[in-house]
Design a protein around this ligand. Structure first.
Ligand code: ADP
Ligand code: MG
Length: 472
């Protein structure tokens, strides 16, 4: 991430040098090296670099250099959250050394009057969240025609649907804005389009601190709970054609073993590859894979490192990797040397946040898709099962709708007692009970839901036959 460019080689003001020295920073990071010289020239720019690559100082250093400690607002920096705004402002304060600039954070949830008084004492740089900055502007504590530099940290979030109106509102009032800096880890095209409307011929700096080339392949994700991942996998494998070669990634050795065993039982030709195999076994397996004798292997990340097989056309993420870079390394197994390839990710409810993070970090284009249907003359090999975990809420409850043709099934207490006695569960397994649209809604813990549905099929409640469905 660091370059061999020393901050000392730039003729920055002494105070800044001393600030950087006190932080112990000697070398600029890649994004700093790429953007700071352009920003110092007063150009508009869009800087994209990964999380943790030093973007704060990339805009902080040139902004501090441009500002004078005269109590007039010269730069406005916006961030999406309070935490980020305070982080940025803390870092700028460290970097500025003895420059004497008043850098103030302006965000909601703090005493507005107090903030207002401080603003009136004079401020050179504001780091804030859009809401409070707007509020302070409306109350005339911030004069929007004063700052000439405008900067958005986490710009992709600042310019998405949620914040965009606020940002527009602010920009419209910044009548003396003459430099705009946007920084973020990702820049979807819509965001660049939006930014172009208020920037003047911005320089676009894309920094990849590590060479992680995203291969030109088609990526898909499918929502599927743990209980049905093998089913989904079987569908994907059935869809393989004669000359496809597939690698399936699991996060653990155990999962590799389990999946390999189950699939072998179902007559799939697969082999598992992980670190518990001897060097010899691994090499032989890879030989057979390279020669095309084995078409599908199931592997952990570690074991698959270094596999360099040109024919791989399909990568399947049975699990979403815990480590973000692994995703790129995994999907990079296919689509080599201009070949076409596909990568499919099986995403359970628990995986989805991690996948979103990966998508955001690399700005990936992953198409949400359905599990492929069976082909003609193909039979299901692994059956789909009910997966209550996947439909449950964060507390593990699933809502059932009980319908007795509009008739009352009794009081909440009576309904609760019915479940407790019929499925012999603790009262805690029954959550909220409420009445809506002439039906009764009951939350049942996912561990008891199967029993509850059976009980409702078998027994009447309050002398009534009940129709049951799961509310999604
Ligand atoms: P980003 O905004 O790109 O996610 P940050 O600006 O938060 O990254 O920087 C990540 C970390 O690197 C911070 O702890 C920051 O203080 C440190 N850092 C930034 N630039 C340098 C540098 N040139 N030398 C040493 N540490 C740096
Ligand atoms: Mg940052």
């Amino acid at each position: 991430m660091f370059t061999n460019t020393r901050f000392k080689s730039w003729n920055l003001p002494d105070n800044l040098h001393q600030g950087l020295d006190s932080l112990g920073w000697e070398f600029a990071t890649q994004v700093q090296k790429d953007t700071i010289p352009l920003a110092r020239k007063g150009l508009d720019l869009i800087g994209q670099a990964r999380t943790g690559s030093g973007k704060t100082a990339a805009f902080g250093i040139p902004i501090i250099e441009s500002c004078k400690p005269n109590g007039n607002l010269q730069a406005l920096i916006l961030a999406p959250t309070r935490e980020l705004a305070s982080q940025v402002s803390e870092e700028l304060n460290l970097i500025q050394g003895d420059s004497g600039l008043v850098i103030m954070t302006v965000y909601g949830g703090t005493d507005l009057e107090k903030q207002a008084r401080k603003l009136q004492d004079g401020v050179d740089i504001i780091v804030g969240t859009p809401g409070r900055v707007m509020d302070m502007t409306k109350r005339e504590f911030i004069k929007m025609d004063s700052p000439t530099i405008f900067c958005l940290d986490e710009a992709d979030r600042m310019l998405d649907m949620g914040f965009f109106p606020d940002i527009t509102w602010i920009i419209e009032r910044m009548s003396n804005r003459d430099q705009t800096l946007l920084f973020s880890a990702t820049f979807p095209q819509e965001i660049i389009d939006a930014a172009n409307e208020f920037m003047k011929e911005p320089e676009f700096i894309l920094t990849s601190s590590e060479e992680l080339d995203i291969p030109p392949i088609d990526m898909y994700s499918v929502s599927v709970g743990r209980a049905n991942k093998l089913w989904a996998l079987s569908r994907l494998l059935l869809r393989m054609s004669e000359d496809d070669q597939t690698i399936i990634f699991c996060n653990t050795k155990r999962m590799v073993d389990l999946a390999t065993q189950r699939l072998k039982k179902k007559e799939f030709m697969v082999e598992g590859l992980h670190g518990d195999l001897s060097q010899n076994q691994r090499e032989r397996l890879l030989e057979r894979y390279k020669s095309g004798e084995i078409r599908t292997i199931i592997a952990t990340d570690v074991a698959a490192r270094g596999i360099d097989v040109d024919g791989i056309t399909l990568v399947i993420n049975y699990d979403i990797p815990n480590d973000i870079d692994s995703f790129i390394h995994r999907v990079g197994r296919t689509g080599r040397i201009g070949r076409s390839g596909e990568a499919w990710s099986l995403v359970s409810k628990d995986d989805s946040a991690q996948l979103s993070k990966i998508i955001a970090t690399y700005n990936l284009d992953i198409v949400e898709s359905k599990i492929p249907e069976l082909g003609e003359n193909q039979d299901e090999v692994i059956n789909h099962q009910e997966d209550f975990q996947e439909t449950s809420n964060v507390f593990g409850f699933i809502t059932l709708e009980l319908d007795a043709s509009g008739k009352s099934l009794g009081s909440s207490r009576e309904i609760m007692n019915w479940f407790v006695s019929k499925i012999r569960c603790d009262e805690l397994a029954v959550g909220d009970i409420y009445f809506e649209d002439s039906t009764t809604k009951v939350e049942i813990h996912s561990s008891k839901i199967g029993l509850a549905i059976k009980a409702l099929e078998k027994h009447e409640m309050n002398g009534l036959k009940v129709n049951t469905s799961i509310v999604n």
